[in-house]
Design a protein around this ligand. Structure first.
Ligand code: BGC
Length: 345
């Protein structure tokens, strides 16, 4: 069976390789991968900056944004059913993982499909633990490949609502920084919840953002301080300086959430008064969020389905590039929208 593999820690080793055939063991469901999404984490792994192969193996099969089809009926799943699968799996020895919250794992010993210690979905067949599978409704179809990034947004919003809701707070106005896959999905989820959304990015315009009813701000000609203050700010551009500035863009009791990763070694600036005065006197919060738990996946799938029904033409344009597995380089180089790899029709 062919797979997209890489040697974590070794840049430019991503390649298609024959990997051993796979058989589902007792307690596993055999699924056939249809499509995997490519994100910044895949690029980082491929650049040798991230990722860990399974124990005693030199290579890691990539692919953590999966859409698959059940190959063999069993364990509550029927052949032909569309599914996706969670990414992070329990470390087995912390209280968070014991409470089915590996997204909040306290040891860092978790495994993640296609990222950390566990092979991913960029191969023909995968034998999966049925408790990690999430059903994708037929109505959602191939858009199910967006379930993983949507689950990331759902977790961030769930935490933002919990943090904001620790005191009287209303989520009326939100700023989303970045219009890549996460920024776009976040914009649509917030619009589904009837929040007034402003989404900012470098490009001069963005019709997809505006089709959701959000306002688009090009940071080429508008300074973000000109668009007012917000109850919620999401940083999804992966820029540490912009992350530091989010605190200054908040209203009273505002919550800022950082989702993009910026691994560059650098020092960023923050206005001393924003940190030393406003943060305290206005009860503001800045937090980071990673991964997602099962409830976020279920919410993500349901919301994607709702979004597709409300904005069918827009949602159809979310995946910008779909290429077969052997053209993975194009997908890795693609910028400006989600790229996916096709493994099966
Ligand atoms: C994935 C998360 C994962 C994180 C860190 C992200 O790209 O979406 O599921 O936890 O990388 O490995």
């Amino acid at each position: 069976m062919l797979a997209l593999v890489t040697q974590p820690g070794h840049p430019h080793t991503t390649r298609i390789e024959e990997v051993p055939a796979l058989h589902a063991r007792e307690g596993e469901v055999l699924v056939r991968t249809l499509e995997v999404g490519v994100c910044g984490t895949d690029r980082e792994i491929s650049d040798g900056l991230f990722g860990i192969p399974p124990q005693d193996e030199p290579t890691l099969v990539l692919g953590h944004e999966a859409l698959a089809v059940v190959e063999r009926t069993g364990y509550g799943f029927t052949r032909g059913e569309l599914v996706t699968a969670t990414v992070r799996r329990s470390c087995g020895h912390c209280v968070a993982c014991a409470e089915d919250s590996p997204d909040s794992c306290l040891t860092g010993d978790y495994s993640e499909r296609g990222i950390t210690r566990l092979h991913g979905y960029a191969r023909e067949l995968v034998a999966e633990d049925p408790t990690q599978l999430v059903a994708i409704p037929k109505s959602l179809g191939r858009l199910g490949v967006l379930a993983e990034p949507t689950s990331i947004c759902e977790r961030a919003l769930r935490h933002a609502r919990t943090i904001g809701g620790r005191q009287p707070w209303q989520l009326e106005r939100a700023l989303v920084i970045g219009a890549g896959a996460i920024g776009l999905l976040m914009t649509y989820l917030l619009r589904l919840a009837d929040v007034e959304v402003w989404t900012a990015s470098l490009e001069p315009g963005n019709e997809l953002i505006e089709e959701s009813g959000a306002s688009y701000v090009s940071t080429q000609d508008t300074d973000l301080s000109e668009v007012g203050k917000f109850d919620l700010v999401i940083e999804a551009a992966g820029n540490a300086q912009l992350m530091a500035h989010t605190l200054g863009r908040l209203r009273r009791s505002g919550v800022a959430c950082v989702l993009g990763i910026d691994p560059r070694e650098q020092t960023v600036e923050i206005d001393g008064k924003v940190l030393g005065v406003d943060l305290i006197l206005e009860n503001r919060v800045l937090f980071g969020s990673v991964n997602a738990q099962r409830q976020d996946w279920l919410a993500g799938v349901a919301d994607l389905d709702r979004a597709q029904k409300r904005w069918p033409e827009a949602l159809a344009q979310f995946v910008k590039l779909r290429v077969p597995l052997d053209r993975f380089r194009e997908a890795f180089e693609h910028r400006g929208g989600k790229a996916t790899l096709l493994l099966s029709d």
